[in-house]
Design a protein around this ligand. Sequence first.
Ligand SMILES: O=P(O)(O)OC[C@H]1O[C@](O)(CO)[C@@H](O)[C@@H]1O
Length: 445
Amino acid sequence: MISLNIEKTFGFISKASVAAYEAQVKAAQEALENGTGKGNDFLGWLHLPSSISQEHLADLKATAQVMRDNCDVVIVAGIGGSYLGARAVIEALSNSFTWLQEKKNAPVMIYAGHNISEDYLYELTEFLKDKKFGVINISKSGTTTETALAFRLLKKQCENQRGKDMAKKVIVAITDAKKGAARITADKEGYKSFIIPDNVGGRFSVLTPVGLLPIAIAGFDIEKLVAGAADMEKACGVNVPFAENLAAQYAATRNELYKNGKKIEILVNFCPKLHYVSEWWKQLYGESEGKENKGIFPAAVDFSTDLHSMGQWIQEGERTIFETVISVEKVDHKLEVPSDEANLDGLNFLAGKRVDEVNKMAELGTQLAHVDGGVPNMRIIIEKLDEYNIGQLLYFFEIGCGISGYLLGVNPFNQPGVEAYKKNMFALLNKPGYEEESKAIQARL
Ligand SMILES: O=P(O)(O)OC[C@H]1O[C@](O)(CO)[C@@H](O)[C@@H]1O
């Protein structure tokens, strides 16, 4: 099982102050469990891992097989919670150079619909010109502009290039059961579709088809992923005592750090494959907690890379940060530092050592240096990067977020602030229905 070590926060906050959260955490857990807290119409993720049926997984795997049989490239079109979970898991589990390898055992996964860059979309459509490609159109609301725009382009290209019949086979929609343009299009065109349950918000949807279908297409074992999440659901259950409950400890510790002026949490990895786990985590915690002028700012770094860019700030900048390190115990491959007779680079002191040992010493050295520099440190220890462990990690962060949001006193399941930019953009683009806003915004320019 994943474990959590909070010992290196105790020079900054006391053990007793974290322990004092027990009753508050229990109340938050019960509010989640009984559906009595804020945002209680969005708790579908809470027992999702333990309630996913074999039939549902079989349906996902069958659709994944159709895509694998008919596509060399699959575009995951989605933004925020409608793509980050899939990308996080796929990149954590993939060979770092899989997309460059000649012989592939799964379609190349590409992401779109998460920006409005004309160059990105142009270059994507150019790249796809001679490719057997398919598309997964993912949008809970079914109306998100970034995704809808990319899908409009990709749908047209797929139909033109591969013919209407094949396009029908290799375009899949994941959206609301009834409403939104993505649902209307899927029903009208006869696409295979999956439903994002009403009571699961985008950032909590990685264990719905939103995450599971792309992950299965990329060739990973979604049963093991769900099994890992289900075991974490048990391990972080409402009846697991506070001292043994990882999510409870994490939520309490970060809230106590926040109260003591640590306003920024930096999620740290020492393995570049975890970059998108951090991106997923940033949305999960940022959208959930950043409201009512409150909330820890979730940031992330990839070490040791960023030790050579952000390391200075972290070591000696304003002391408003704490670090949460995802520490992976075992690597997949073995590579030793070779000995070199001339030793021109002076690295013979490392000869015979595993590269991972060097990385682990960088990790330990960094932890000690940053703690010495005034940065509290938590460590999430994960045995290795496989489906089962990543499944655990995802659910740990989800339940930790639910508890933490309630401790902070906000509704962790809405995101009203995201509408502000959309309203302005629609007004500036003269979207029908925004006539008043258009006038008002023009007057401000
Ligand atoms: O799945 P949708 O409805 O396209 O939304 C995508 C993302 O946009 C947001 O709604 C914010 O606008 C996120 O909460 C969500 O994950």
